[in-house]
Ligand binder design. Structure first.
Ligand code: S3P
Length: 172
């Protein structure tokens, strides 16, 4: 997989809770290339948490910053880049991602995603009356766009190591 990648990046996309960051870290380790998480990078440059950013500037500003950060992160490949769930949905950010390497959609069922997002309270988009319904709505709206990724790997409720292995197999 390392040779198949060349200087291209491996970019993980998909909904919140799909396992992009944890799987990405393992994949990068296996490939012996750097791992970056775009949300963590956004928090670093803004010196704010994602929640604070949404509260202070709103989603639109967040997306603009996300586009800029993504463009920069994809410059010096190869890297494994895990993205925030909305990154690939944004037209401008998706263009950078498509140009910057191989995109892999970690696709998961609603119940798997839901179980995972419940473990952390860091998703401003899910601060709604019925967060599970919101997640389902996001899923329905976004799935046709995630389909545009180069590869799809089913993110079942299994060990992260096995999912990382499936990502590596898909890339070869
Ligand atoms: C978002 C997903 C989050 C984060 C922000 C918006 C989204 O990332 O970027 O809360 O639009 O789906 P994760 O997918 O890492 O939770």
């Amino acid at each position: 997989a390392r040779a198949a990648l060349g200087s291209r990046n491996l970019i993980l996309v998909g909904l919140m809770g799909a396992g992009k960051s944890s799987v990405g870290r393992i994949v990068a380790h296996q490939l012996g290339i750097p791992f970056v998480d775009s949300d963590a990078e956004i928090e670093k440059v803004s010196r704010m948490s994602i929640t604070e950013l949404f509260a202070a500037y709103g989603e639109e500003e967040f997306r603009a910053l996300e586009t800029r950060v993504m463009k920069r992160l994809l410059k010096n490949g190869p890297r494994v880049v895990s993205t925030g769930g909305g990154a690939f949905i944004n037209d401008r950010t998706r263009k950078h991602i498509k140009k910057g390497g191989i995109s892999v959609w970690l696709k998961a069922d609603l119940d798997v995603l839901w179980e995972r997002v419940c473990k952390r309270d860091t998703r401003p988009l899910l601060k709604t009356e019925n967060p599970k319904q919101t997640l389902e709505n996001l899923m329905n709206a976004r799935y046709p766009i995630y389909e545009l990724a180069d590869l799809t790997v089913l993110s079942r409720d299994v060990r992260k190591e096995l999912m990382a292995e499936e990502v590596l197999q898909a890339v070869i």
